[in-house]
Ligand binder design. Structure first.
Ligand SMILES: Nc1ncnc2c1ncn2[C@@H]1O[C@H](COP(=O)(O)OP(=O)(O)OP(=O)(O)O)[C@@H](O)[C@H]1O
Ligand SMILES: [Mg+2]
Length: 506
């Protein structure tokens, strides 16, 4: 295996409507290594990755591959050089099967027709090699986000990529899925594949990468071997200052605070069973469980986005039926969904239109929308949440991933709900924004909202919640209050392997 530079960037600049996403960035990616890329939301990480992968063209500067200047007009040009991108937002074809998505454009053919049996055996070989198993015939839109990510990884491996740009591949993965991805990356680099790895999980970058580059506001601050860095040193360079990585102090609600939401014996065949709990005013209840344990399904059911087979819900003392998300919003239940692209935001709408979409009655006079008021109100909430740029007219598709996440928050805070369900509230946001979101969740609870929190980041659940419900195989297996909430206890509860029967609904 020959070492040396595979990709070099020389004084790359990229602007988007006046925003300098990258300024004079020069960088060398060595063959067979993992090159980490870190920085705040909007720092330019995805833009840099997209330039390497032919998604964007630089305005000036040079891209050099194998010591030769190249100019990629499309991702296909990059692919011709063995470069693929696993993007931050899943970019697969939703109505096609896993198999079709993986081999799209590189199908095996026989007499000009797609050779299905050849594809099937290629798929088997591929999944074996990658250690990822997903049924080839499932259509993409039936898969969880984490599984869609895995399909993207398979797609990259199937293309025999020499260089894969991975943009926050683990943002939606559980810890064991992430571990599987790390070992895949290690086995790829062992055979000479190169990886550019973008992530907000600094520990992860430090473990996985050989070198790490810090970007801030489109500027390259520093590239160094990971052994010279720590999470703190990276954060310092990312922010140009110091920020604490901890959680805000918990303010427990009074034990006699009124119950806002009561969920009783909720069940859905195959997903969850006998789910009962209550959330008081000011209380943050965390659902801890592995991906696929039913966490997200429970949230979606409470929000009316998923049918339930049985059980009741009581909101502020009144029995309610929530048949649709619209009904949920009207009753004061808001859900921050796990996938912002698919469920949360309309990408080609402005931030303002996205934020006010569920609340049109609040800013309308009869059939008319009060535009000036809409703009002012959204402007103030964007500023409050530090969305960059805080421009109500900016299209959501033009925002960086983390700023999209903050916009989604804005959407649900525009009109204050009674119950706020946050499913992966900090997926893909940087440390500074994470901290802001933690404080925001605390503030909301402090104002009397009942908060239901789901996160793959177990520390986040432990660090924020007043009460933790451990979910395993669709059931609440244990409940932890206040001081009982320790990582050991919660992990043991969600990982325990004792045998259980199938989920029933009575
Ligand atoms: N297609 C686009 N149109 C307009 N502006 C864009 C576009 N893509 C990115 N930008 C802007 O360029 C800057 C860098 O964005 P980029 O997506 O590269 O950030 P990032 O480091 O990946 O952030 P995150 O961690 O939030 O994903 C941001 O100010 C963003 O708003
Ligand atoms: Mg990004």
């Amino acid at each position: 295996m020959t070492k040396g530079p595979l990709v070099e960037l020389k004084k790359i600049c990229k602007r988007f409507d006046g925003i300098e996403a990258l300024k004079d960035v020069s960088l060398t990616v060595e063959r067979g290594t993992v090159h980490g890329l870190v920085g705040e939301n909007g720092a330019g990480k995805s833009t840099l990755g997209k330039i390497i992968a032919g998604v964007h063209r630089p305005d000036s500067g040079q891209l050099i591959v194998d010591n030769q200047a190249v100019s990629f007009a499309t991702p296909r040009d990059a692919l011709a050089h063995g470069i693929v991108m696993i993007s931050q937002e899943v970019s697969l074809v939703p109505k096609r099967t896993v198999l079709e998505n993986v081999f799209l454009g590189i199908e095996s053919t026989k007499y000009g027709l797609v050779d299905k049996s050849a594809l099937a055996s290629r798929y088997e070989e591929l999944t074996g090699r990658a250690g990822i198993y997903i049924h080839p015939d499932t259509t993409l839109d039936h898969l969880r986000i984490a599984d869609q990510k895995k399909v993207e990884v398979l797609r990259a491996v199937a293309r025999n990529a020499r260089l894969g740009v991975m943009d926050e591949p683990t943002a939606a993965l559980s810890s064991e899925e992430a571990a599987a991805l790390y070992s895949l990356i290690n086995s790829l680099t062992a055979i000479g594949t190169t990886v550019v790895y973008v992530s907000h999980f600094l520990e992860e970058v430090l473990q996985l990468a050989d070198k790490v580059t810090v970007l801030r506001n489109g500027n390259l601050i520093k590239t160094s071997p990971v052994i010279e860095e720590t999470p703190e040193s990276l954060v310092k360079n990312m922010l140009g200052g110091f920020v604490s990585l901890g959680f805000p102090e918990k303010n427990y609600s009074r034990p006699d605070a009124p119950v806002v939401l009561q969920v009783q014996h909720l069940c859905q065949q195959g997903d969850f069973e006998d789910i009962s709990f209550e959330i008081r005013e000011g209380e943050i209840v965390g659902l801890a469980g592995l991906a696929g344990s039913g966490r997200s399904e429970i949230c979606r059911a409470i929000f009316g986005a998923e049918k339930i087979a049985g059980g009741t819900m009581v909101l502020r003392g009144k029995a309610i039926q929530v048949k649709s998300p619209r009904a949920a919003v009207e009753k004061g239940i808001a859900l921050l969904p796990e996938s912002r692209k698919l469920a949360g935001l309309v990408m080609n709408f402005s931030t303002s239109n996205n934020i006010t979409l569920p609340h049109l009655s609040k800013i309308s006079l009869g059939p008319l929308i009060k535009l000036a008021e809409e703009k002012d109100l959204t402007q103030s909430i964007l500023t409050q949440l530090d969305v960059r740029p805080p421009d109500p007219m900016a299209k959501v598709s033009s925002l960086s991933g983390g700023n999209q996440q903050k916009t989604l928050f804005a959407k649900w805070l525009f009109k204050k709900p009674l119950v706020f369900i946050a499913d992966e509230p900090t997926a893909g946001v940087d440390v500074g924004a994470k901290r802001a979101i933690y404080q925001l969740i605390h503030k909301l609870a402090g104002e009397g909202l009942a908060v239901l929190l789901v996160s793959s980041d177990i520390e986040e659940v432990l660090g924020l919640s007043h009460k933790v419900l451990a979910i395993r195989n669709g059931r609440i297996v244990m409940e932890f209050d206040r001081d009982e909430i320790t990582e050991d206890k919660v992990m043991n509860a969600i990982f325990a392997t004792d045998k259980e029967g199938d989920l029933k609904c009575n």
